[in-house]
Ligand binder design. Structure first.
Ligand code: FAD
Length: 289
């Protein structure tokens, strides 16, 4: 099923994300996490695509397992900066062969030391979107950044480029993580004003440790509000308390989004089924209301 058809239904949809293992030894553990998360009957599970080509080979295989064995819709991420156009075309062909209908089209981060752009690679995600459309009837998602993408000084430019990307054939957008919902509401207002009308899934990251917070900040450049910093200050040194507080914070963000009319939410569950389960338990009646 195409994810866009699900997102257009008039009900709440929660989806989750997993990432492939860094080494082959970790494969079974990731599959076990996917199996448990599938037990929550999510709208779909997305599978990330590693930067630099290192952890990419299992994305299609895991996405196929989710779709065919677990009978949950899957979304395979695909990046283009770290692969040649030929390699990207091969992955698209593989996904098609495996019966994957949904792709999240990304540029990916530019590997350090690589000469970029180069004629042999797609430079921006909009070029990848255009390429995917040539190869079949895929439902295509793309990324967006409520706080602006780190490489772009001006948010207005970022939104202009986002519109260009969506106009190439993007069916829905998923946001970078954010920890202050007002930033998301403001972003939604601005992109709707710019004529971007596709569904936008807010990406919620439950932060369950001080280390994870640091890594998230480095990756996304996100701003942590004072309320979150107080939690970290008080509970950061106590793993169990921090985990509970991080789950509560993410739950609170989701409830506020749902209360304000958002219907589709993506949770960066980071291969932690117990975190996904705890959030869903907190929302058990809310998602049915
Ligand atoms: P683009 O849309 O190409 O944008 C990149 C930059 O170029 C932006 O600053 C944009 O404003 C600018 N730009 C775009 N078009 C133009 C233009 N025509 N002219 C000038 N500038 C332009 N990374 C991974 O490696 N694997 C993953 O699985 C993965 N999953 C992700 C999922 C989500 C939901 C998000 C939000 C990010 C994910 N990332 C992943 C990270 C992402 O690859 C990086 O943030 C990357 O730096 C940008 O990718 P993009 O697809 O948004 O790029």
């Amino acid at each position: 099923m195409k994810i866009i058809d699900r997102l257009n239904e008039d009900r709440i949809h929660i989806s989750f994300e997993i990432f492939p293992p860094k080494t082959d030894e970790g494969y079974d553990k990731v599959i076990a996490a996917a199996d448990e998360i599938a037990g929550l009957s999510p709208a779909f599970i997305s599978v990330t695509y590693g930067a630099g080509g290192g952890t990419s080979k299992n994305t299609a295989r895991i996405a196929a397992h989710i779709r065919h064995d677990l009978r949950v819709e899957s979304l395979a991420h695909l990046t283009c900066a770290s692969s040649t156009k030929e390699e990207v075309r091969r992955v698209i062909a593989d996904l098609k062969e495996l019966g994957i209908e949904n792709i999240l089209a990304l540029r990916g981060d530019i590997p350090e030391g690589m000469a970029f752009p180069d004629a042999d690679r797609f430079r921006y995600a909009y070029e990848l979107v255009t390429e995917i459309k040539k190869h079949g009837d895929f439902c295509i998602g793309a990324a967006c950044y409520p706080e602006g993408h780190v490489e772009n000084e001006h948010k207005a430019d970022d939104i202009r480029y986002l519109k260009q990307k969506v106009d190439c054939g993007v069916d829905f957008l998923t946001t970078q993580m954010f920890f202050d919902n007002d930033i998301h509401y403001n972003f939604l207002y601005r992109i709707r004003e710019a004529g971007i009308t596709v569904p936008v899934l807010p990406g919620i990251m439950p932060i369950t440790s001080a280390t994870q917070m640091k890594r998230s900040q480095e990756l996304s450049g996100t701003v942590f509000p004072r309320r979150f910093l107080s939690i970290l200050d008080r509970f950061g040194d106590s793993p169990a308390a921090m985990k509970q507080a991080g789950i509560a914070y993410a739950t609170d963000q989701i409830i506020d989004l749902l209360a304000n009319g958002v219907r589709n939410i993506h949770i960066y569950s980071m291969n932690k089924p117990e975190v996904a389960q705890a959030i869903m338990a907190n929302l058990s009646d809310i998602v049915r209301a």
